[in-house]
Design a protein around this ligand. Structure first.
Ligand code: PEP
Ligand code: MG
Length: 758
């Protein structure tokens, strides 16, 4: 904007401010507004159309026939005004009648005017009206005039909303051309169906005031907000190793670029100079950028736009002091939560009774937030991009992760059919629940042990609900993740004791803390964070625990005390070489000795096991096997290390199949390597919870699975229809001569052999 344009804008805003502050009725204010704008822009006509009962009604005009006010009405998409509302786009035409959408309204007497410019009036991301100017001479309005109109439209939206001139309930109204239902596709991360209102994890800021009282004060506010935002981004960049996604670093680099972009800051300041508040100025510049970007059809730019939107929203949140996430405000109704990405701890902050589903713009199958959601039974759809532009806060969503879709603004027929599907889904779930007491015995009499994975106190109930054989993986770090500080020993003991009490005779395998990677702890971060380029390959799990001995010692004592008089199963994560297991076990032995000397009650028996999730351990199984009682294969990490594919990177989420020859051959070698030792071998990664994958694992000789509770029914069902010796034979031949598509081969085999699959 040049200085004369800023001055013109400022002049209009000052006058509009006076109009808005006056005590006149809304209609009088609108009449004055069109006069002011017409005069300042030297325009013969200025008109305001507002949305009423789904139509755009002429509410005020200077220059058109006054008899047309409240008489002329246009449908959305009808004529130039309707087109602006439908597309949420500005039109600037030297010859209005030449436009294909032009629709002549004789009652207005507009035939003598040739040029036309109009901008949408947007309130809460919804088009609620149109502001237009017309001129006798055919001329295109200058860019600065259009910008002034757009600024005025923002002010009008405040006036209109505060005067109650638009129908807030008019949900079906237009907004960025998105009034009808829309089906968006994504990647299924947790299966299920959910109906609920859209809630953004980071809510969009509502702008209360548009016109500034004191421009200098607004400038200061933006300056401070920029400082704070830059600080935050720098901090994020320095802690990138604890990011939740593989793309994190790249994203932060882009953020930094925008955060320090002088052009952006300058444009915001110019908008303030024209008379807007800091919030309105940020939004105004954002609207402008959005419009520009829409004209450039480039997917790469669209991605960057998405980052800029994120950042602008962050700046708005800082400047307006609206900082909390949706969790801190509490959920008011059944909710489908939308986030770019979430950490497991952030997800756990939400009220579980109201949180029905989650949509992530990123996300991958084995990221921990997804594992937690799976344990909570909450469907998750991942990799849906650009949601901010497509879904408004509060809109009803139908989330169907069985089909990998989310329906926005569903029509009644869609809701009806969705409800029917939900009923059928519930029936299926009920059928699985009815299998609670069915033993997973194969057709040829092989008993498969089906256990569940757990980590929170609330998960314990799943043991009796599913009738599982025990807890094959208790992720102890979840308690650490949901605490604000390191949980004291007594608190750990209490949780472990409750778990053991609830499990009764059934075994529970406690895995010692597996933190680091995508499970970062803010309170540990302070002391020990160093920049890690590859956190999943970094200082995590047992590596961290063996160095931070205090942490493991406290946990050892808590576990030993909780299991007094019973059997304690302890498992170490991320064992890469046999000596790490020995060192961790030695630490437990010292604690056992200590308790014995203190004459404290001890567990009746302590069984130690290791996770096989780092491929290097596979080459030392003969060394470790004599010292362990059980081995549990963590296919989530194992796959990421075997394929060198970050498990949290959404770009790789679909690239490698668990049913690949590499994984299956690797697992078969591991099973064979420990076959002659008296140890239990289990699989506790997400792979084991899928029917086809579990069938393959059984074919490799695995007889113990520890899986997400929701999978117990489907897996039992599959096992009961399976002939184990037959699948073993088939697997042996496929691994000798792999079929072109292993998944396809297994699926066909299952069909031919009457295996009950979902
Ligand atoms: C695994 O890696 O497969 C596993 C079960 O552990 P986690 O998912 O907690 O890393
Ligand atoms: Mg793991």
């Amino acid at each position: 904007m040049d200085s004369s344009a800023i001055a013109a804008s400022r002049n209009i805003l000052t006058r509009l401010h006076e109009v808005m502050a006056s005590r006149s009725p809304a209609q009088v204010k609108l009449n004055t507004v069109v006069e002011v704008i017409g005069e300042c822009l030297d325009s013969e006509v200025c008109s305001i159309y507002l949305l009423r009962e789904g139509m755009l009604e002429l509410f005020a005009t200077r220059g058109l026939a006054q008899e047309a006010v409240h008489v002329t009405r246009m449908g959305i998409g009808e004529g130039l005004v309707g087109t602006i509302a439908q597309d949420s786009e500005t039109l600037n035409l030297a010859e209005a009648a030449a436009h294909p959408d032009f629709s002549y309204r004789p009652e207005t007497g507009e035939d003598k005017f040739h040029s036309f410019a109009g901008v949408p009036i947007v309130h809460r991301e919804r088009v609620v009206g149109v502001l237009s100017v017309q001129h006798v001479d055919p001329r295109r309005y200058q860019e600065v005039e259009i910008e002034t109109l757009q600024t005025v439209a923002m002010v009008l939206s405040e006036l209109i909303a505060s005067a109650g001139l638009i129908d807030e309930e008019d949900r079906g109204g237009p907004g960025s051309g998105q009034s009808g239902p829309e089906v968006l596709r994504g990647l299924t991360l947790v299966k299920g169906l959910a109906i609920g209102n859209a809630v953004y994890h980071q809510p969009r800021v509502t702008i209360e005031h548009v016109v500034a009282e004191n421009t200098e004060a607004e400038r200061q506010r933006v300056l401070l907000a920029f400082d704070r935002m830059r600080e935050q981004i720098d901090k994020m960049a320095n802690q990138a190793e604890f990011g939740v996604a593989g793309e994190h670093v790249e994203v932060i680099e882009t953020y930094k670029m925008f955060a320090y972009d002088e052009g952006w800051a300058r444009r915001i300041n110019e908008a303030i100079d024209s008379g807007l508040t800091a919030e309105a100025a940020i939004e105004r510049v954002q609207q402008h950028t959005r419009m520009r970007m829409r004209q450039i059809d480039d997917p790469l730019l669209a991605d960057r736009m998405h980052d800029l939107e994120d950042l602008a929203n962050r700046l708005l949140r800082i400047v307006s002091g609206q900082l909390g996430t949706a969790a801190s405000k509490g959920l008011r109704s059944d909710t489908v939560l939308i986030a770019r990405n979430l950490g497991p701890a952030e997800l756990l902050e939400y009220d579980r009774r109201r949180l029905k589903g989650v949509i992530l713009e990123e996300g991958s199958l084995t990221s921990h937030v997804v594992i937690v959601a799976r344990a909570m039974g909450i469907p998750v759809l991942g990799r849906v991009r650009g949601l901010r532009g497509l879904v408004r806060e509060g809109e009803e969503l139908l989330l169907d992760t069985e089909q990998g879709t989310v329906t926005v603004r569903p029509i009644p027929a869609m809701i009806e059919s969705f409800e029917a599907r939900t009923a059928r889904y519930r029936e299926r779930q009920a059928a699985y629940a009815a299998m609670r007491d069915v033993e997973p015995v194969s057709k040829d009499g092989q008993r498969i042990t089906v256990m569940i994975n757990a980590g929170l106190r609330e998960d314990i109930a799943n043991l009796s609900l599913t009738g599982a054989d025990g807890i094959g993986l208790f992720r102890t770090e979840f308690q650490f993740l949901v605490s604000a500080t390191l949980p004291a020993r007594e608190r750990q003991t209490r949780l472990y004791r409750e778990v053991l009490d609830a499990a009764g005779d059934k075994p529970v395998v406690f895995r010692t803390v597996d933190i680091g990677g995508d499970k970062s702890l803010p309170y540990l971060r302070q002391e020990d964070a160093e920049l890690e380029e590859n956190p999943a390959l970094g200082w995590r799990a047992l590596r961290l625990a063996l160095e931070r001995e205090g942490l493991l010692k406290v946990q050892a004592r808590a576990l030993l005390e909780a299991a007094a008089g019973r059997t304690l199963n302890v498992m170490f994560p991320m064992v890469s070489e046999a000596w790490e297991f020995d060192a961790a076990k030695a630490l437990f032995d010292t604690q056992i000795d200590f308790l014995r000397r203190q004459k404290k009650p001890l567990p009746e028996k302590v069984r130690f096991g290791a996770m096989l999730e780092v491929p290097s351990l596979a080459e030392q199984l003969d060394l470790i096997a004599p010292n362990i009682s059980f081995l549990s294969i963590g296919t989530n990490d194992l796959t990421q290390f075997l394929f060198a594919a970050d498990r949290a990177n959404p770009k790789l989420a679909e690239r490698y199949d668990w049913l690949s020859t590499s994984i299956l051959r690797f697992l078969r070698r591991a099973v064979n390597a420990v076959r002659d030792f008296p140890i239990d071998i289990a699989v506790c990664g997400e792979m084991g919870g899928r029917q086809l994958e579990a069938m393959a694992l059984i074919g490799l000789g695995i007889r113990r699975l520890s899986i997400t509770p929701a999978s117990v029914g489907p897996i039992k069902q599959m096992v009961c229809t399976l002939d184990v010796s037959a699948i073993e034979k088939a697997m042996a031949s496929w691994l000798a001569v792999p079929p072109p598509n292993m998944r396809e081969a297994l699926a066909q085999w299952a069909k031919a052999h009457g295996i009950a699959l979902d």
